[in-house]
Design a protein around this ligand. Sequence first.
Ligand code: FAD
Ligand code: NAI
Length: 473
Amino acid sequence: MADRFDVVVIGGGPAGYVAAIRCAQLGMRVACVDNWRDGKDQPVLGGTCLNVGCIPSKALLESSELYALARTQMAGHGVRLAGVELDLPAMMAHKERVTRDLTSGVATLFRAHDIAWVPGTGRLLAHRQVEVTGHDDAKRVLAAEHVILASGSSPTSIGVAPLSADRVVDSTGALAFDSVPPRLGVIGAGVIGLELGSVWRRLGSEVVLLEAQERFLTMVDGQIAREAMKQFTAQGLDIRLGARVRGSRTETKSVVVDYQDANGDHTLEVDRLVVAVGRRPNTRGLCAEDVTLLLDEWGFVHVDEQCRTNLPGVYAIGDVVRGPMLAHKGMEEGIMVAEAIAGHAAQVNYEVIPSVIYTAPEIAWAGKTEERLKSEGIGYRVGSFPFAANGRAKAMSATAGLVKILADAETDRVLGVHMVGPHCSELIALGVMALEFGASSEDLALTIFAHPSLSEVFHEAALAVGGQPIHVA
Ligand code: FAD
Ligand code: NAI
């Protein structure tokens, strides 16, 4: 006899756990099936994001940045530090603590909302039944009125650089090195490559990133990407564009990578190699053979605007469906689906999803890039302003970068906000609000921002759209 629930969620990452909580808040009886296990083989909630993604990477980015600042910048502020040393085990312990606090926090939220956490691997059967295989191989079946698939994604592997114990690793391995590799290679100068490359560069590695594309950060506004490239190069990140990896071999103490670019064939020898070339949706084994769940051409679960699959009563959210692979996108989809199941009006505005790359300087954007406006033939005006002319940024010794605002040439409505600089992960919220509320650049120009603050750079960029920034000679 199957246990009955109103909703069964498969996957306890940010998309799945948020969906489960909102369903429970709306009065539904909810179970969440998840098969993640921690280093001690214990079931743990939070999925990729909390265990090996957003949170541990940001913990290491924060810690490594403090180390870099202590070594290079504090003296300029009149703070002399003697004998600054790296304690990598302590840095990793901090990361583990942050992760543990948050994953156990999700378990607490589940208890508070009376959500049944069912550790094990879920498989969708016909008629919205879910078979769960526990870690002890015991099977049970849950029956539901609605099923939400939130099985997430895993790193993509490439045949030319197969993973090998601790020498050729994916992002999970690169979050847990037990020593600083003197020479680190990264295949893929995307979000993970840049964030984790920055961590190990700050801790002392010589870092080389091999990127297949000829253009750096193709998804980022070109002007912002060029500025970021300048800053990263100055930090010593060696980013090689147009590099096609042909093969690699693991030696006793190193990895040798063969690659080709416009100038010919090259060989790179490193102590460790990170493969960060994208992620693929987790759909293998997700359904029984007689369940005809429709996938798209890239293997994502096919869904409509409200995350409905082709199967009645079955939804899919997060990294396993189209759209950017971002935790906050999955969370919003989780809320939308819960509200839709409850019969409420619900939607996600896919046009306004912020993206952030947590390097130093940080890169952040929302809305359309200048390249996209051009390709869509939309007339626009642009305003930009550098952090170098901002008092707060100067006080912080963080003057690299700029804010750029794109507004419709006719209506003045803000169409895109792009930035690279200090605390852009926070500042981008201003752009998101402007886009979400349909603000004009004039609205932003007429808004008062605190002085001295980094947000004044956003204000000046809005003034610049109208051609009259104040702090420009
Ligand atoms: P996941 O978090 O992948 O969770 C899916 C869960 O389902 C997992 O626990 C998985 O084990 C489980 N599961 C899968 N199949 C089954 C099954 N059949 N039965 C039971 N359980 C199953 N995003 C950001 O927005 N900001 C960031 O700063 C950021 N940093 C990142 C850094 C790194 C290094 C990585 C790798 C990713 C980062 N991401 C970031 C991306 C973010 O982690 C993902 O977008 C997010 O985790 C997706 O959430 P999800 O719930 O869809 O899937
Ligand atoms: P990505 O798509 O950001 O970058 C992968 C890069 O690898 C691309 O630039 C691509 O051109 C390159 N590439 C692909 N194949 C290659 C090859 N054979 N040789 C050389 N280069 C190759 O993917 P990434 O960095 O793996 O991250 C996966 C996802 O995780 C991202 O889509 C992102 O949404 C999410 N993420 C988000 C973060 C954030 O929000 N701050 C942080 C980390 C990950």
